[in-house]
Ligand binder design. Sequence first.
Ligand SMILES: [Zn+2]
Length: 256
Amino acid sequence: MKLKMRSNGEGIGYDIDKLKFSLDESTWQRAVALYEAGKVKGFAEDPFGFSAVVDGGHRYRVSVSRRQFDRCSCDCYLGEHDELCKHAVAVAIFAVLGGRKLGTEERERHAGIRFCGKTGDIGTDELAEMKRSVSSALRLIRPYEGPSRIWFSYQNALDEGCARIDAILSELPAGRRSAKYLISLLLRMDKKLCEGGVDDSNGTVGNCMERIVGLLESFAEADPECIREFAPLAGRSTCFDWEEPLVAIIDSHAEE
Ligand SMILES: [Zn+2]
């Protein structure tokens, strides 16, 4: 295969979502700022990866692997301590986008889940597509089997999976179909935590589940019909009693 002179994202082991969801918010935003200010200069690629000079106060020499963006080098302070820096991420963004501006959706990474404020039933195709995206994010939430040297990359995978789930669910309108889906998703995540060998010592997955519970609480307020879909939770025991706020809603609704 002939390599193109200008990067168009072909044959790269990551894309914008991969970068965005596997980085912490501040590294991501700083890298985007460098990229958008045109600080990535002299970009070049070879079969193994990319190199450029990033003008961030000093002129840093950066190279990034084609397969994994966190295999990189930079002569800044962090880079010299083998830490991933914003300069390397800015070069990775350049490799994927080839200088094109980021769209608003590409750039934004809300922390957590935000209820979009809409009500009504989600369309069948739209829901199917959403389920597919969530299922692929759930594949990052897998059992921990060691060895301990992969602990950090394992936790990063959990972070990335949950950040992706947050972003996807922030699009859901309040309605019975969405509520039903979220309840089944919670039960699936509960199973992963209780029986699936997921090591959630950092609480990443548990916190994500609590955010989904919070979203369902907003749904119940926006459209009380959603509460009917909470029924499978009544009388169930779960790994950390995350269902309690929703069961309380069922109970208070039954009294009315
Ligand atoms: Zn750097």
